[in-house]
Design a protein around this ligand. Structure first.
Ligand SMILES: Nc1ncnc2c1ncn2[C@@H]1O[C@H](COP(=O)(O)OP(=O)(O)OP(=O)(O)O)[C@@H](O)[C@H]1O
Length: 597
């Protein structure tokens, strides 16, 4: 959905609100810094006209009194250092206020960015699972990092630079008009010319910047893929091929920047000529006016100084304005995340006990237009083990997603009840806290093994963690690492095998002591013997829990109280291992295939 500029501005000011006072300090300090920097040429002008020259001094009241008391022109003529010190004092004050301006901006921006990042991260934590599957992780990360950085740059550099330039131009022109209208008008005429030239130029080459960014992105993706897929690269001896491809992309990237460099060279070159044109006119007209005595020599110097001071910021302003379109894109991408609706708890959501029968009643479900489950009817008796067997893509995982409300059943899609309560009426957190789920692809965080096991239950109890790990047949493996349970998992820690990861994930779920436990193909990486060992200890230790066991392997499921065979989202067969063998259908065929009979 397109976001209007007003909405984006509203979002920006919303996050900036908490930093108002810092930004106010920044603006005030910027104005004072400019003011003192503009006083420097005035001091020089005064020195030329009223100290070296003979023009009578025209100073503000208190300075005039100071000037008289110090001995007037004669004193300053004998002590030119005082005039020089005046210039230095203005420069110092300008520098000090510049420091406060930068500090205010930095503080304000950091607060703004922190609030933005916190809100974005928290928001993504509460977005529905479906949102995460529909959006690419890389894209979400880019929005939360690169786009946030762009917003940060906008506030910390561009916005303050715009304010600074506007203040600077307004003050310079104000002073110039009070001194000589003709010269002020000439300076004023050049501003839209320089600004327009710069803005037009940068908006025309925006796509070149985008191409260079894309080329850089491709280079990064290539590097990232090669680093994460280093095993495949080595195993298939693709080093040479990958190096050549990298070289091609690198060359393309360098080529884009060379083209950009050339175009930018033209821009700065022509920009210099336009700026010198302004200076040429100002110097000529100013000199003529000074020669005719319309302005003094000091005033002439002041005009030239202000013209030079204004030239660079005005040129930059054109660049900044064209850059702002990039910021608009980033803000829009951030807002799209923030506008995505989070999983809201319905008022009056229930928190019933979940150690009850689970009933799937005419359940049908589709992902968009793709129908996945059709008219599923089955009951899982409390405290029993229920096996689900099915080919890849038959909808086994979807059954578990619906049970713990990662996806909600639509109206007319039947119902899932736990002890007579529709899961859609149960508080999501309550439901997920009491359904221990071990996913097909276990994910471990870059933390210690103990923290990974304890992450869901948060019992802070090593002996409980060891007990769970023992049931999952991984305690011995963990102790064999030099740091035992304190071993860090992941890129900077130990590399675990697929089976070790699965067993640690099982231990993590066991720590929950949940009344319902779901093992979604979570023993697929284990050898038959370890699989059997874990199932036996699970049977002995899961007490009254209701267990849903999903697998492609009949040996994993055969001891379940009931087994459901799914085929293309429909129930093909349902019964105990013995009953299903008796039926001599799909289950029996798979059994024969897997047992090699
Ligand atoms: N989030 C999703 N969005 C769209 N389609 C999906 C989504 N998740 C799964 N599917 C599709 O739904 C079908 C069933 O997927 P599901 O993961 O439930 O099957 P499965 O039986 O668990 O398969 P496997 O044994 O390979 O894990 C598949 O065709 C899959 O492509």
């Amino acid at each position: 959905m397109k976001k209007t500029k007003h909405e984006l501005f509203h979002m920006l000011t919303g996050f900036a609100k908490g930093s108002k006072r810092y930004f106010a300090v920044a603006v005030l300090a910027t104005a004072l810094s400019i003011l003192f920097s503009f006083l420097m040429p005035q001091v020089v002008g005064f020195t030329v006209d009223s100290v070296i020259g003979t023009k009578s001094a025209a100073l503000p009241g208190f300075l005039m009194a100071l000037f008289e008391r110090a001995g007037g022109r004669d004193y300053l003529r004998a002590n030119f250092i005082v005039c020089a010190l005046g210039v230095v004092l203005c420069a110092c004050l300008s520098g000090i206020f510049n420091y406060f301006s930068r500090m205010g901006t930095a503080r304000g921006t950091e607060g703004f960015v922190k609030r933005l990042r916190d809100t974005l991260f928290t928001h993504t934590q509460y977005l529905p699972f479906s949102w995460h599957t529909e959006n690419q992780t890389g894209d979400i990360i880019q929005r939360c990092t690169y786009d946030v950085d762009t917003a940060q740059r906008f506030i910390s550099q561009q916005l303050i630079e715009v304010v600074r330039t506007l203040l600077l131009v307004a003050l310079a022109l104000g002073i110039m008009f009070s001194m000589n209208v003709l010269l002020a008008v000439i300076a004023l005429c050049f501003i839209p010319l320089i600004l327009g030239y710069s803005g037009f130029f940068f908006s025309r080459i925006a796509d070149k910047f985008e191409e260079a960014d894309e080329a850089e992105g491709e280079l990064m993706i290539h590097v990232q893929e090669n680093l994460t897929g280093v095993r495949v690269v080595r195993a298939f001896g693709r080093e040479r091929y990958e190096t050549d491809r990298f070289d091609e992309k690198n060359e393309a990237y360098v080529g884009k920047w060379l083209t950009l460099g050339k175009i930018l060279g033209y821009f700065w070159g022509i920009g210099d000529i336009v700026s010198s044109g302004e200076l040429l006119v100002m110097v000529t007209v100013g000199a003529a006016l000074a020669a005719h005595g319309t302005i003094t020599l000091g005033e002439y110097l002041v005009f030239i100084s202000y013209t030079v001071t204004m030239a660079w910021p005005v040129r930059q302003l054109g660049h900044i304005i064209s850059e702002m379109s990039k910021t608009g894109v980033s803000l829009r991408r951030i807002k799209e995340i923030l506008d995505a609706p989070v999983e809201e708890e319905e008022p009056g959501a229930l928190e019933p006990p979940l150690d009850r029968d689970i009933v799937f009643d005419h359940v049908s479900f589709a992902y968009g237009a793709q129908s996945v489950l059709t008219d599923l009817n089955f009951t899982v008796k409390k405290g029993t083990t229920f096996g689900i067997l099915g080919t890849t893509g038959s909808g086994k995982s979807t059954v578990t997603y619906l049970l713990n409300r990662l996806y909600d059943l639509p109206e007319g899609g039947g119902s899932i009840k736990i002890g007579d309560v529709d899961v859609r009426k149960i508080d999501r957190h309550h439901l997920r806290r009491h359904i221990g789920l071990v996913l097909q692809e276990p994910f471990l965080f870059s933390k210690t093994i103990f923290e990974n096991i304890d992450i869901a239950a948060r019992r802070r109890d090593l002996s409980r963690a060891r007990g769970a790990a023992a049931i999952a047949a991984v305690d011995d493996s963990i102790l064999s690492f030099s740091n035992g349970y304190d071993t860090v998992v992941g890129e900077r820690g130990v590399t675990l095998s697929g089976g070790q990861k699965q067993r640690i994930a099982i231990a993590r779920t066991l720590m929950l002591d949940a009344p319902i436990m779901v093992f979604d193909d979570s023993m697929s990486s284990l050898d038959m013997e370890t699989d059997a060992k874990i199932r036996a200890s699970l049977r002995a230790n899961t007490g009254d829990a209701t267990v849903l066991l999903i697998s492609h392997r009949i040996s994993t499921l055969m001891q379940a109280d009931k087994i459901m065979v799914l085929e293309n989202g429909r129930i093909a067969e349902l019964g105990s291992h013995a009953e299903l063998l008796e039926k001599n259908g799909v289950y029996k065929r798979v059994y024969d295939l897997q047992s090699g009979t």
